[in-house]
Design a protein around this ligand. Structure first.
Ligand code: BMP
Length: 246
C-alpha cells in the first residue's frame, strides 16, 4: 500500500481540495448516521479526507459507522480517527488495533503522553500498516496557551519541543491552529517538509480561510462551517477554492 502521506496527496489532487472534513454531527443520536452520510455524499468529491470524532463514535461505535468507512474507501478518501490518544501503551495499542481493523488510515495522538510506554509502539504499529499518526502540537482554542504554549524557561516552549519531537519520533503530521500563522511558520521550520501540517480553526472558531491559504500548512480541518451550512457542498467548494477568490 502507498503511505498515508501519498494517499493524502493523491486524494487532494484528485478532489482538488485541501479540506479535511470533520464529520461532526450533532442532534438526536438516532439521526446522526443519516446526517453524516448525507453531508459526506454531498461533499465527497471536493474534500481531501474525512476526520471522525466522538460525535459519531460515542453514540454509534466503530461497527455503527461501517457505512461511512465504506463510503470513504470507495471515494479514496483517507479516514482519520480523532481520538487524541492519550494513555498508557497497552491501552493505546488496544485503541490503535481497533481503529486499524476497522479501516482507519490515521489517528491523532497527544505528545504529552511521551515516547516510552506511551507512543513508541503506537508509531510502530500504525506505520507497519502504512497508516499515519498526527500529533497535536498547538491546538486551536484559547486555552492551548496554558498547555501547548507553556514556557519552559530559556525561551523554550512546549509547542516547540512537541514540534521537534514530532519530527524525531517520525510523526506523519502535526496539528497546529489555523488561527496562528506564526505558529504554523515556526512548526514548519522545526518539522521540515517531511511532516504534514493539519490546521483546525477556520470558520466556527474564527480563523479565516484566506489567511490560512497564505500559510505553509498542508490541510485545513473544517467541521461546523460545512456541517451546519445550508448547502454543505457549496461551503466545501467555497473553502476549497477560496485561495483563488480571496
Ligand atoms: P470546527 O471547524 O467545527 O471548529 O471543528 C474543528 C474540528 O477539529 C473538531 O472536530 C475539533 O475537535 C478538531 N480540533 C480542533 O478544533 N482544534 C484542535 O486543536 C484540534 C482538533 O482536533
Amino acid at each position: 500500500m502507498t503511505s498515508f502521506r501519498e494517499r493524502m496527496s493523491q486524494s487532494a489532487e484528485r478532489h482538488q481540495s485541501r479540506v479535511v472534513l470533520a464529520l461532526d454531527v450533532w442532534g438526536p443520536y438516532g439521526k446522526r448516521l443519516a446526517a453524516a452520510r448525507s453531508v459526506l455524499e454531498a461533499t465527497r468529491d471536493r474534500i481531501a479526507a474525512v476526520k471522525v470524532n466522538h460525535h459519531l463514535l460515542l453514540p454509534l461505535g466503530l461497527t455503527g459507522i461501517k457505512d461511512i468507512v465504506g463510503m470513504c474507501k470507495r471515494e479514496g478518501l483517507p479516514l482519520i480517527a480523532d481520538l487524541k490518544i492519550n494513555d498508557i501503551e497497552s491501552t493505546n495499542l488496544n485503541i490503535v488495533g481497533s481503529l486499524l481493523d476497522f479501516g482507519f488510515d490515521a489517528l491523532t495522538a497527544n505528545p504529552f503522553v511521551g515516547w516510552r510506554e506511551g507512543l513508541e509502539k503506537v508509531m510502530e504499529e500504525v506505520h507497519a500498516k502504512d497508516g499515519g499518526v498526527l500529533l497535536l502540537v498547538y491546538m486551536s482554542h484559547q486555552g492551548a496557551e496554558d498547555g501547548y504554549g507553556l514556557g519552559l524557561g530559556g525561551g523554550e516552549s512546549m509547542f516547540r519541543v512537541f514540534s521537534q519531537r514530532a519530527k524525531d519520533w517520525g510523526a506523519d503530521g502535526i496539528v497546529v491552529s489555523a488561527k496562528s500563522a506564526e505558529k504554523i511558520r515556526e512548526a514548519r521550520r522545526i518539522v521540515g517538509e517531511g511532516c504534514m501540517i493539519f490546521s483546525p480553526g477556520v470558520g466556527a472558531q474564527g480563523g479565516s480561510p484566506e489567511e490560512w491559504y497564505r500559510t505553509d500548512a498542508d490541510y485545513m480541518i473544517v467541521g461546523r462551517a460545512v456541517m451546519d451550512a445550508q448547502d454543505p457542498r457549496e461551503a466545501v467548494i467555497s473553502l476549497a477554492e477560496r485561495r483563488e477568490i480571496g
